[in-house]
Design a protein around this ligand. Sequence first.
Ligand code: NAD
Length: 257
Amino acid sequence: MSVSGKTAVVTGSNSGIGLGVARELAKAGANVVLNSFTDRDEDHAIAAEIAKEFGVEARYIKADMSKGDECRALIEQAGTCDILVNNAGIQFVSPIDEFPQDKWDAIIAINMNSAYHTTAAALPKMRAAGWGRVINIASAHGLTASPYKSAYVAAKHGVVGMTKVVALETAEEPITANAICPGYVLTPLVEAQIPDTMKEYNMSRDEVIKNVMLARQPSKEFATVEQLGGTVAFLASDAAAQITGTTISVDGGWTAL
Ligand code: NAD
């Protein structure tokens, strides 16, 4: 695995998919920088556990991905950034004519603009190192749409578009840029959507999971954070050196429908 000894920065990685990605990259031998906007003992403890479990260097750096300066400061503080995984994300569900402006702005800032800032800061480091991987965690909602998720769908389509541009701008260099498009993965972000969706559709929790969430996921199974981490590790490997500017769906067949 070519990731051994490389340094990976994973935004939004104190829970969910980001944590799963950091763990799989550490398992493959990468040093990892974890991140979120909090600075709690438990955040640093997650990094310490990863370091101990996989025998790699692991650090936690606080930076708020809704703020451009802090996105750039994260990459500077990381020092090295061979693998950049833009994963931080939030969700809010509302009809567009009632969509609160502050929620719209936060989703666009965290889910899309942060990837611009971190990529801009990381590319010079990748060029200096002569190797790099930009891996954006987009979504099936980067390729398709659902009602009530206007800001999220706009941000994720934006990330997919930005990924293609970064791939073209680095095409002749040993750097790749790709987006992963997960379907539903049972993480705190998805858990948080269940109560609102239950109200919206007047359904029980089980009905929401089966009939709303997994209705569009033909496998009828959630994807796992380990599967997402494994896909990131693959995109970071030598086998994926000619894969650039594309999306990989990990969605149980959602986008085949
Ligand atoms: P999650 O809520 O478990 O994790 C989100 C992470 O982002 C957390 O670590 C959180 O602390 C961090 N974060 C939130 N706001 C931040 C900020 N301002 N600055 C820094 N970090 C911040 O959710 P998740 O499901 O693991 O989502 C991770 C990514 O995967 C998101 O981009 C999400 O859109 C995407 N995704 C998730 C699913 C799914 O079904 N769970 C599907 C498709 C795409």
